[in-house]
Design a protein around this ligand. Sequence first.
Ligand code: NAD
Length: 443
Amino acid sequence: MKVTVFGVGYVGLVQAVALADCGHDVCCVDVDAAKIAGLQQGIIPIFEPGLQELVLKNCEVARLRFSTDAALGVDHATIQFIAVGTPPGEDGSADLQYVLGVAGTIASLMSDEKIIVNKSTVPVGTADKVRAHVQDLLTRRGQELPFQVLSNPEFLKEGSALEDCMRPERIIIGTESPQAETLMRELYEPFNRNRDKIMVMDVRSAEFTKYAANCLLATKISFMNEMSHLAERMEVDIEEVRRGIGSDSRIGYQFIYPGCGYGGSCFPKDVRALERSGREVGYHAQILQAVEQVNFQQKQKLYQHITCHYGDDIAGKTFALWGLSFKPNTDDMREASSRVLMERLWQAGARVRAYDPEAMDEALRLYGMRADLEIVASKDEAVVGADALVIVTEWKDFRVPDFSMLQEKLRDRVIFDGRNLYEPSRVEDAGLAYYGIGRGRSC
Ligand code: NAD
């Protein structure tokens, strides 16, 4: 089948590659000319395991192409995916300008029937807005062309995006049109073989499902972070508690890791956007507000531990940071806890020596060259000349460090662990002070 995807960010690019890889003919359109030029030469703008190989493979067999030419994209296929950003506006609501921009482009250029499928995360009622916008532009053009607007939210996780897209747990399709449903079922057939993962519902429910899923996951994280504060004050080890409650199948082990806060492009903005949508319909979503507040506070946690250990004057200290990305296996630093920490450290006159397996270019892009930031090529190099070590992202590579080397290299012999990667007693036996999250030591 022929498919067009507008937007080659994390979602659009991964979706396009997954569709092309199982035989569909996919045309990707983006307004970012540099991104498209790079992709045309096989340069992938993001780090995602397995992505580069599959982009190259599918471009070679001409099932995947990239263009800035919207007319080419609109002409290419009946199915038109919208996978552009929906960043938070000033009041926290989702900014729909890019989604409506693509819808407008399709409406201005279409000359036959289109199925417009929205993959971006958008508030309830967006499909109605898109429908009205497209209809308005068609009327102005004096055209009467058939079209449908569907919701097909994306549930991939950065870091395992391809795997999630190729083997989805569910495929949600919001539509009231039986014809559009048939077309979407055909499109997703290759991903739907071992059991029926397709759930068809009305458009508004599909739009809401995505927010509800992300908000529940964020709630689990903030809940555990709140528990970690209590644990610290009550001399309880939150890691024992995590194992204890995770074994209950009603709770489960996933998303109950305490840490230094969630980040990324989705949880923070989606929690805020749903809370904002609540206000618009006259409801104060108290849990969502608390989830966000706890997360805001949690992102200060590492800095609090640092000042608890050193006192307020940390000017001139050098901190080795392991991890910059908001989570492992990605180079994405949007709303990353590392950014909050580094900015606080710099304000206080401290210096940072940072290492991340993938996000070092992104850090340089965000902060440029500055005297109080050194990006180094390995985790061992980061600790050379550092006073203390801070773990911010739980990359696999950080799980089994050489504690005796750290004891030797770190001038102040202290580790601040924002992801509870280490057993406190193991670190302390090696002659280092240890601060984890909710591990029974109160500052
Ligand atoms: P992104 O910022 O990485 O990419 C968006 C792309 O859209 C950019 O390349 C941009 O240039 C392009 N674009 C903007 N306007 C355009 C236009 N008029 N025509 C063509 N391209 C245009 O965004 P993302 O992370 O891929 O997220 C996209 C949507 O999917 C968001 O709503 C997000 O909430 C949602 N989502 C993201 C994830 C994730 O993990 N990143 C997961 C699920 C859902």
